[in-house]
Ligand binder design. Structure first.
Ligand SMILES: [Zn+2]
Length: 304
């Protein structure tokens, strides 16, 4: 599997921002230098390399916010995922492949370093995605799924956020504008003031994304788009579209008791179900083979 080997780079605390930006513009392609060149609209101008760079920084911040409690940390470091993490990554990659197989107008390009599906050790029900194919799902969200098709639904919603560029859409437009010209004017050497400002802009972009995905949440319309696209993605991958609304029904049952996390960042499950019903009916019924549910229960047994 490709993803685990690359994950080492991804989760090495990659925040060069913390220490300021290198003075000379000799950073590798995809680093701050490329990120700064002429970017006015993050959604239009960011390359896959830029997204990879931003995504791993956002991912590091998300892990740090979660107190670095995530499944199979040793496996991520050594590039040999196992157990539940390997399983969730296998399902996630099937879903992600289906997403990239039939790109829609406005979809982001394929993530430069593949997809990473990280399980956070957290009882609450939650999932979020960073740019560049970094998806985070809590053990609570997986525990509440009844079968592989429902897990695929959770992951498809997050993959949809990534391919539709929702995370980079949360970068405040004003951030990029001022710094770009100064950066280009400064040829090779950056004076310390510009350097400091750049660090602020990029650090701020990362904060914007984390804020959008984890704290404030996206707009209702953005969530409805992720549902619509997510449902199509999972159906294309061969999963049962009804599992998407079935999982939302489970969330709806918990809505009264759940607070924060997912419930703070997503519209009411009942509202989401209402928006999806007609779309589900357009798809042929899928009867998941028993083996699929068995492997789900086997791979996630540690959560029960
Ligand atoms: Zn969402």
């Amino acid at each position: 599997m490709r993803a685990p080997r690359l994950a080492r780079a991804a989760f090495a605390a990659a925040v060069v921002l913390a220490g300021g930006v290198a003075c000379k513009a000799t950073l590798t392609p995809g680093g701050l230098y490329d990120l700064a060149k002429g970017i006015k609209d993050a959604k239009k101008d960011l390359t896959p390399e830029n997204e990879y760079y931003l995504g791993r920084s956002v991912g590091t911040k998300i892990l740090s916010n979660a107190g670095y409690r995530y499944h199979d940390a040793d496996g991520w470091r050594s590039g040999t995922l196992s157990g539940m993490t390997a399983y969730v990554n296998a399902v996630g990659n099937v879903v992600a492949f289906a997403a990239l197989d039939a790109p829609r107008d406005g979809d982001r390009p394929a993530p430069l370093a593949g997809w990473h599906f990280v399980i956070l050790d957290d009882d609450s029900i939650n999932a979020f995605a960073a740019p560049g194919g970094y998806v985070f799902v809590t053990s609570g969200a997986i525990r509440n799924a009844a079968n592989e098709d429902q897990l695929a639904a959770i992951l498809a919603h997050e993959v949809a956020h990534v391919v539709r560029g929702h995370a980079i859409g949360s970068i405040q437009k004003s951030r990029m504008a001022g710094v770009t010209k100064q950066f280009l004017d400064s040829s090779v050497e950056l004076d310390p003031a510009v350097e400091k400002e750049m660090a602020g802009v990029f650090g701020g972009s990362i904060d914007d994304i984390v804020d959008g995905a984890m704290v404030k949440g996206y707009s209702k319309d953005t969530e409805f788009e992720a549902d619509k696209v997510g449902l199509e993605i999972m159906a294309k991958a061969g999963y049962d579209p009804k599992a998407y609304t079935a999982y939302l029904h489970t969330l709806d049952d918990h809505q009264d008791t759940g607070s924060g996390g997912f419930y703070a960042t997503h519209p009411k499950a009942s509202e989401r179900i209402g928006k999806l019903e007609a779309q589900v009916k357009k798809h042929k019924a899928v009867h998941p083979p028993q083996v699929r549910t068995e492997r789900f229960l086997g791979a996630t047994a540690e959560l029960r």
